[in-house]
Ligand binder design. Structure first.
Ligand SMILES: NC(=O)c1ncn([C@@H]2O[C@H](COP(=O)(O)O)[C@@H](O)[C@H]2O)c1NC=O
Length: 535
């Protein structure tokens, strides 16, 4: 255990800086902060590039290399890693033994450290090669930040240009910083180095295929403080992890009110769903579950058909499209009360068509995410975090195993593949009915698969009736189930409603009974061997 040193000297709350070290990759605002420190009476120490910037602004600067008597070396790998720097940051001002050691070794106190780190996260996001990423791992910067933050009782540590104004104000008003400000900045500093290292850890584990590392290092940058969480009494915020996957975290919001917690969650679900559709496709989401999905030759047609699935639930929904949003589709969206629209791109006429809907949030991602890309998903439980690889499972026509006497027609296979893609995005137990490229009945989030089937079938009948159609939309549809039918009953609900074909993982002890039920109805059924639970 490290020795505990009690302070035997007085330590003031207000620390007026006599010496400050500035070493920043991002030079924005550093001249203003340097000037405020200089005006407050601090001697400025600085590393090469930062020193140049300060000097160019007319500020007197001492190079760290001159201060330590050691040159910067090894392409900048060693600049500030010196006892004169770390001793000056770590030595306790309230300990006579520390003070004596500083005096003995000619170490002067450093009262302020300003560091912005090498852009490791941005380098990875740009897709740089291994060696470039390694070279962008900052070593000296985090070391100084940690030394200063540990000794925040006397040292002010600044790691983000967003904090410059607050420190400048303290220097201007009081000539120094208070303990409470230094403590706040120290907390931010450790959060910064923690998040920085978590980014390195995530990237490095990916490089060596370490899927389940011994420690979990989760980091992110605050993207938005949210008004509230799932409910108004819950606090919430949105953090960007630096993952470049196109989606709600990377999108540009081109219109509308601030996104809410539920908006973000639902928009993510919607966009991940449409990313799976190879033809022009639209998904309408409520409470992270689809209430309408369709593919069609045009986006406008896909939207019309997606909306027709359940126009009642679509009210206040989130709409995702997988092609540039065009004017015709935008005009129809403008007719609906929707919360969010997310698209890979938007045509200028579509922007104009939505412009009057001031509250409608419009998000543009620039690209679609790759549904087959590997990645991790996280969920918190009491006392832990569950981590798993993203469900990037994909079932193509070649993987289908016909288990009934009748094989599916090519049209049924097309609908089967769409429906099986959709059950992956509906909360379990999930049952989805699809006809001619559009969902016509969705049952999800049920504790019984029979209930999910009944819900899907009821929706198909009710929506047909509401639209004045002569018969239930379940007639001639195909059914998909996210997991095997454990008994024939769930399938029988669908067959009785007029479903002609089924797609499911298979693998139940009672598969034979389920197949017999399909055969008895003259239905075709295929097994996928893949399950798509979503909880
Ligand atoms: N190696 C070191 O001793 C070291 N000390 C400070 N740095 C970093 O160098 C950068 C500033 O360099 P310059 O002032 O030369 O532009 C900062 O991002 C700082 O975090 C270092 N670089 C990397 O570790």
């Amino acid at each position: 255990m490290p020795a505990h040193v009690s302070g035997d000297l007085p330590l003031p709350d207000l620390v007026k800086p006599a010496r400050a070290l500035l070493s920043v990759y991002d030079k924005a605002g550093i001249v203003e902060l340097g000037r405020a420190l200089h005006t407050a009476g601090a001697e400025l120490l600085s590393t090469g590039g930062t020193a140049d910037t300060l000097r160019a602004a007319g500020l007197p600067v001492t190079e760290v290399a001159d201060y330590t008597g050691f040159p910067e070396m090894m392409d900048g790998r060693v600049k500030t890693l010196h006892p004169k720097i770390h001793g000056g940051l770590l030595g306790r001002r309230d300990s006579s033994s520390h003070q004596a050691a500083m005096q003995q070794h000619g170490i002067g106190p450093i009262d302020v450290v300003v560091v912005t780190l090498y852009p490791f996260e941005a380098t990875v996001a740009k897709g740089a090669d291994f060696d470039t990423c390694i070279e962008n791992i900052d070593i000296g910067g985090p070391s100084m930040i940690r030394s200063a933050a540990k000794n925040h009782a006397a040292v002010t540590v600044i790691t983000d240009p967003a904090d410059y104004a607050e420190v400048i104000a303290a220097l201007t008003d009081a000539g120094g910083t208070s303990l409470s400000l230094r403590r706040t900045l120290a907390a931010r500093a450790f959060t910064r180095t923690g998040a920085y290292d978590s980014g390195i850890s995530a990237w490095f584990n990916g490089q060596v295929s370490e899927a389940t590392p011994r420690q979990l290092a989760l980091g992110g940058a605050l993207k938005q403080t949210l008004r509230y969480g799932e409910n108004p009494h819950q606090q919430a915020a949105f953090y960007a992890t630096g993952d470049a996957r196109p989606g709600v975290a990377t999108a540009q919001q081109v219109q509308g009110k601030e996104l809410s917690y539920n908006n973000i969650n639902d928009t993510d679900a919607a966009f991940e769903l449409v990313a799976e559709l190879t033809e022009p496709g639209v998904a309408i989401i409520k409470h992270a579950n689809p209430c309408g999905v369709a593919i069609a030759p045009t986006l406008a047609e896909a939207y019309r058909r997606a909306l027709a699935c359940d126009p009642v639930s679509a009210f206040g929904g989130i709409i995702a499209v997988n092609r540039p949003l065009d004017k015709e589709t935008a005009l129809m969206i403008a007719d609906l009360f929707a919360e969010v629209v997310i698209a890979p791109a938007i045509e200028p006429e579509a922007t104009a068509a939505l412009a009057d809907k001031k509250n409608l949030r419009v998000l543009i991602t620039g690209a679609m995410p790759d549904p087959k890309e590997p990645g991790l998903t996280y969920r918190s439980v009491a006392g832990g975090v569950l981590v798993q690889s993203r469900d990037n499972g994909h079932v193509g026509a070649e993987a289908l195993q016909t288990v009934t006497k009748r094989a599916p027609t090519p049209a049924e296979v097309r609908d089967m593949l769409l429906a099986f893609t959709l059950v992956k995005h509906v909360k379990s137990n999930a049952i989805v009915l699809v006809k001619d490229g559009a969902a016509v009945g969705i049952g999800g989030g049920q504790t019984s698969r029979v209930d999910a089937a009944q819900q899907a079938v009821a929706r198909a009948a009710a929506m047909a009736q509401a639209a004045g159609e002569p018969q239930s939309r379940a007639i001639g549809a195909i059914v998909a189930s996210d997991a095997f039918f454990p008994f024939p009953d769930g399938l029988e609900v669908c067959l009785k409603a007029g479903v002609t074909a089924a797609i499911q993982p298979g693998g139940s002890k009672r598969d034979a009974e389920v197949i017999a039920a399909a055969d008895a109805a003259g239905a075709a059924m295929v097994f996928t061997g893949v399950r798509h639970f979503k909880h």
